[in-house]
Design a protein around this ligand. Structure first.
Ligand SMILES: CC(C)(COP(=O)(O)OP(=O)(O)OC[C@H]1O[C@@H](n2cnc3c(N)ncnc32)[C@H](O)[C@@H]1OP(=O)(O)O)[C@@H](O)C(=O)NCCC(=O)NCCS
Length: 334
């Protein structure tokens, strides 16, 4: 029998926050229910009508306020973990909230990665969170790189990344001579729907802004449990281990999504990719219809075997998809 899914109950007077969280967590297939006041929430639910999940409560609720809500929920023996969102880092706010039963307090503005990291500890049945929790690592040259799920707001840096690739890298990736992504491709690439598809980007900080330097993505084929993938790294950042990290993370996400196999399509003369795929345990097969390309295939661990990676790791080391994904033909260079 399928598990009942975790729901995130957001109690926040700011409609933009409620809508933002609904969109953001929606990309991870996590249901969100929003309420503008504590009273609205209490009118809608009793302790018994709440499903599994957690509550995100703004510290500055109008009306009865957040502390009274927390005490009320405690008295009603509501056992869902509560994360309080505070607009300041004042210690007394945190202390009062924790005393009233909050599991944690985080400061607004919400940083998606941070919020996900906390939510991941609070939710049990939202495997999509694994797909989005960022991971950090440091290249041997000292550059700090973040790997995280792509978001709708990344459209600009994704397009800049594709435009900045050399013609050869673009060709190896898209199998065509596109210069940039069409609006449709850009929309698709920045709105993946876990678990059927997902994209991880590698970013560095450039004058305080995120700059994309690599991306790996998968998309489920029609068969459902098999996914096609592609990866590409900015030319000036190749050879530093970034694709290795991206693909290892992507494999973990695809496994957590229940995919049983990853497949890619690579041009026969793309020796770097073929060598790389071999190192990551992919086998190669001739393509039945096209002698210029090779299929690369790797079986994934079953769900029970999946090891959840630590949310944040640091060490030194160092897409899209024929383009490299036949299941997403619509994504081919238009
Ligand atoms: C293939 C590609 C993704 C590799 O990215 P990368 O970040 O440079 O890869 P890494 O630094 O993690 O290297 C991984 C392995 O790939 C192989 N590799 C990378 N560059 C190579 C090169 N120029 N020649 C031969 N092998 C190479 C090596 O086996 C390397 O492992 P090693 O460092 O232990 O020797 C990158 O070259 C690229 O973006 N190419 C254009 C797009 C593309 O071809 N995509 C594939 C279609 S899906």
């Amino acid at each position: 029998m399928p598990h009942e899914r975790d729901t995130v109950y957001v109690i926040d007077p700011d409609e933009a926050i409620r809508d933002g969280l609904t969109t953001f967590l929606g990309t991870l297939d996590i249901p969100v229910r929003g309420y503008s006041t504590a009273e609205n929430f209490l009118d809608a639910h009793t302790a018994r009508s709440l499903g599994p999940g957690c509550l995100l409560v703004d510290a500055n609720l109008p009306g009865m306020g957040s502390l009274a809500l927390l005490w009320r929920l405690r008295a009603q023996r509501v056992e869902l973990p509560i994360l309080v969102l505070a607009s300041t880092s004042k210690r007394y706010i945190t202390e009062q909230a924790l005393q009233a039963g909050a599991a944690d307090v985080i400061e607004k503005p919400l940083v998606n990665g941070l919020l996900l990291k906390r939510l991941r500890h609070l939710l049990n049945r939202a495997p999509g969170l694994l797909a989005a929790v960022p991971c950090l690592f440091t290249l041997q040259n000292g550059t700090e790189v973040t790997i995280r799920g792509i978001e709708p707001d990344d459209a600009e840096i994704e397009q800049a990344f594709v435009r900045g690739l050399s013609a050869r890298s673009r060709y190896l990736r898209f199998f065509s001579v596109i210069k940039e992504l069409s609006p449709y491709m850009l929309e698709q690439f920045t709105h993946p729907r876990y678990p059927r598809n997902w994209a991880l980007i590698a970013t560095i900080s450039d004058a305080g802004e995120d700059k994309e330097i690599g991306v790996a993505r998968y998309a489920a084929t029609e068969a459902g449990s098999c996914a096609e993938f592609a990866v590409v790294v900015a030319d000036e950042w190749q050879g530093l281990g970034i694709a290795t990290r991206l693909l290892r993370e992507l494999i973990a996400v695809a496994e957590s999504a229940g995919m049983k196999r990853l497949e890619g399509v690579v041009l026969r003369d793309n020796l770097a990719m073929l060598e790389f795929a071999k190192e990551l345990g992919f086998t190669t097969e001739r393509h039945p219809d096209d002698a210029t390309i090779v299929r690369i295939i790797r079986d994934l661990a079953t769900h029970e075997q999946v090891q959840v990676p630590a949310p944040f790791r640091t060490n030194t080391s160092g897409g899209q998809v024929r383009e490299a994904m036949s299941s997403e033909r619509c994504l081919r260079a238009a």
